[in-house]
Design a protein around this ligand. Structure first.
Ligand code: ZN
Ligand code: ZN
Length: 379
């Protein structure tokens, strides 16, 4: 393999944040990383966002094989490529994608690569190819990968399809968000809901994903964008990125307030939290012909109860996964939106050193983090 000049630390001995047991601390330790195999890429991670899914792994709500390194919203530089990778080269800037794909199965060939069974096996087994992990602890214990990324680490090896080249003008901290929060939020607007100019939107939850639903709706030309949250600071941020109205759900009847603002109902309502009650609220406020979009990650045993009669109004309830698009198409387009000043990410990013990963996860779990925490790496 060819290693890019100037790589700071030994890529075969990166520091990673290892979760050994559910609820346990994220332990910063040096691990042994294999060089990239066929169709794999070695990436020096430069920025990693801390997303609710990472907290879910630590807390066991998103069960994964242990020990594991969480982290999945990341950007970095290609350090080396494995055999067969002829379209990425050392030094290129990449956004990592939680949605690798084999590109060969019938699902992939049918344009539904987000549901590629090979990628599903990667996620379930915590491996890089369905069989082997690419790194281990110092005592030889195999270390698992989170959906082929595991970006709470200085260097990672990822499947070729999990690295998307982007314009190097995009700062790493912003680029990281393109891989999850932005892809999920803006993608839900563009791919799942297909918001059109002049339409109305309600967004429940103004965390990292919800704020990007808000600005996706603004970029789509929505006329009214009602943002709902319990936190006044998050609602203020929602206004800065495009909300026309905000509702503090801590002391308001949200359904009644949305109806007061938009008596005919909203064309598109998004649950950007992932709670059954919120999704029920979203469906309840839709107008005839409207769409409720499930954007958050629900508990595996969550159920919802909906009034059935409103379905005669041809309302739709749709699910999405990471914005429902093709990351290889959408991430470069989002990078272009950013560079053109349409997508606002500076407002959403709060950089922290990688060494504070544990505190960052605790802060997100506690719910008092307003902006997206992005871990950056020394050197
Ligand atoms: Zn995420
Ligand atoms: Zn496939």
């Amino acid at each position: 393999m060819t290693v890019a000049p100037g790589s700071p630390s030994d890529p075969s001995r990166p520091t990673a944040a290892v979760l050994r047991e559910v609820g346990g601390p994220l332990e910063l330790t040096t691990v042994e990383l294999d060089p990239p195999g066929p169709d794999q890429v070695l990436v020096r991670v430069r920025a990693t966002g801390v997303c609710a899914s990472d907290v879910h792994i630590v807390d066991g709500r998103l069960p994964k094989p242990l020990p594991i390194v969480p982290g999945h919203e990341a950007a970095g530089e290609v350090v080396a490529v494995g055999p067969g990778v002829d379209d990425l080269r050392p030094g290129q800037h990449v956004v990592l994608s939680i949605l690798p794909r084999c590109g060969r199965c019938t699902v992939c060939r049918d344009g539904r690569g987000n549901h590629c069974p090979w990628a599903g096996a990667l996620g379930a087994t915590g491996t890089l190819d369905g069989r082997r992990t690419g790194w281990r602890l110092d005592d030889g214990t195999p270390l698992h990968h989170f959906n082929g990324i595991s970006a709470f680490a200085e260097h990672v090896v990822v499947p070729r399809s999990g690295a998307i080249a982007i314009d190097p003008a995009v700062p790493f901290a912003s680029a990281a968000l393109l891989g999850c929060a932005v892809a999920t939020g803006v993608g839900a607007v563009r791919n799942a809901a297909n918001v059109r100019p002049g339409q109305t939107v309600a967004v429940f939850g103004c965390g990292g994903v919800g704020l990007n639903v808000v600005q996706g709706a603004r970029m789509a030309g929505a006329e009214r964008i009602v943002a709902v949250d319990l936190d006044a600071a998050k609602l203020a941020l929602a206004r800065r990125v495009g909300a026309t109205d905000t509702l503090d759900a801590s002391h308001l009847d949200v359904r009644a307030e949305v109806a007061r603002l938009l008596p005919e109902g909203v064309d598109h309502a998004f649950d950007a939290i992932g709670r059954p009650r919120v999704l029920e609220d979203a469906f309840a406020v839709t107008a005839p012909g409207g769409t409720a979009v499930a954007v958050g990650l629900y508990a595996t045993d969550a159920t919802i109860t909906l009034d059935a009669f409103p379905l005669i109004g041809e309302r739709r309830l749709v699910g999405t996964y990471l914005g429902g698009g093709d990351p290889h198409r959408d991430v470069p387009a989002l990078a272009a939106d950013l560079l053109a000043g349409r997508l606002l990410l500076d407002e959403l990013v709060m950089e922290r050193p990688f060494t504070e990963v544990g505190a960052a996860v605790d802060g997100l779990r506690a719910g008092h983090v307003v902006a997206r925490q992005v871990l950056t790496f020394a050197g």
